[in-house]
Design a protein around this ligand. Structure first.
Ligand code: SF4
Length: 252
């Protein structure tokens, strides 16, 4: 069983495939909280919940009443058929952390369906959930946007950094790249060394840095500093187009 928080057909707003029309499935649940990102949202029970910019897809206790249970692949296919999609579409699994369902037979079945029909699948992952590439070869055919968390997430080091996991993904996947969320307050601090520490494990991976923020105002406040940071380090700048355009990180 998979918890689905929302689905929408839009353009990819971040990373290497920014601007590409993509069908998003946002799964519910995450193995982290990332309260250091300083976002908050009012839940259906009127509690203000702290976390990341997708806290509504992380916190089951307060937002779970809005999540949909998916128990059969036909539910995914019905959703796809409800959109006017091109013959082959980019499908993005995001969250929360979509790979908490990595061993779920339903996800494996859906991945087989998508890839055998010529669709492209990207996982937006925090890079800490192991994938069994031997048991499930379909994962080799996917793309991975590795959004490894840094200390500004507020998560402890041992929890947010699992080199054995992202090395395995970088080694076996069709394609992968790093995506870091950076804010101006942390540029020039230990955050730079933290990124280098991650890259030392897989030095040939492409690196995208994007401005932290759950709203247009917050993203704009960090943009120029992140661009300068990218120029200095030789990383690629990634905007957060969906927030820039729609001032939100959900359902657009
Ligand atoms: S890993 Fe990602 S989805 Fe999970 S809490 Fe952190 S930022 Fe949010």
């Amino acid at each position: 069983m998979i918890y689905l928080v929302e689905h929408f057909y839009s353009i990819q707003g971040e990373g290497k495939y920014t601007g590409v029309p993509s069908l998003f499935f946002r799964f519910g649940g995450c193995n982290m909280r990332c309260e250091g990102f300083g976002c908050s949202e009012k839940a259906p029970d009127d509690v203000i919940v702290q976390g990341c910019d997708t806290v509504y897809a992380v916190n089951k206790q307060h937002f779970g009443s809005r999540w949909q249970s998916i128990t059969a692949i036909v539910q995914f296919i019905d959703i796809m058929e409800s959109y006017a999609l091109p013959e082959k579409v980019d499908v993005v699994f995001t969250g929360g952390e979509p790979l908490i369902y990595a061993d779920d037979p339903l996800l494996i079945e859906f991945l087989e369906y998508l890839t055998s029909n010529g669709h492209t699948v990207t996982f937006e992952t925090n890079g800490t959930m192991a994938i069994d590439f031997l048991k499930y070869p379909v994962y080799r055919r996917c793309i991975y946007a590795l959004s490894v968390k840094l200390s500004n997430s507020g998560e402890p080091f041992e929890k947010r950094l699992k080199p054995e996991v992202f090395i395995d993904i970088a080694t076996h996947a069709h394609e992968s790249f790093f995506k870091f969320t950076v804010d101006k307050a942390h540029i020039g601090t230990q955050l730079e060394a933290e990124i280098e520490q991650v890259l030392a494990y897989v030095p040939n991976e492409q690196v995208y840095c994007m401005p932290m923020g759950g709203s247009k105002t917050e993203v704009e406040a960090n943009t120029e500093a992140v661009i300068e940071f990218c120029k200095r380090k030789g990383y690629r700048y990634s905007d957060r187009l969906h927030i820039r355009i729609w001032d939100a990180n959900k359902g657009v």
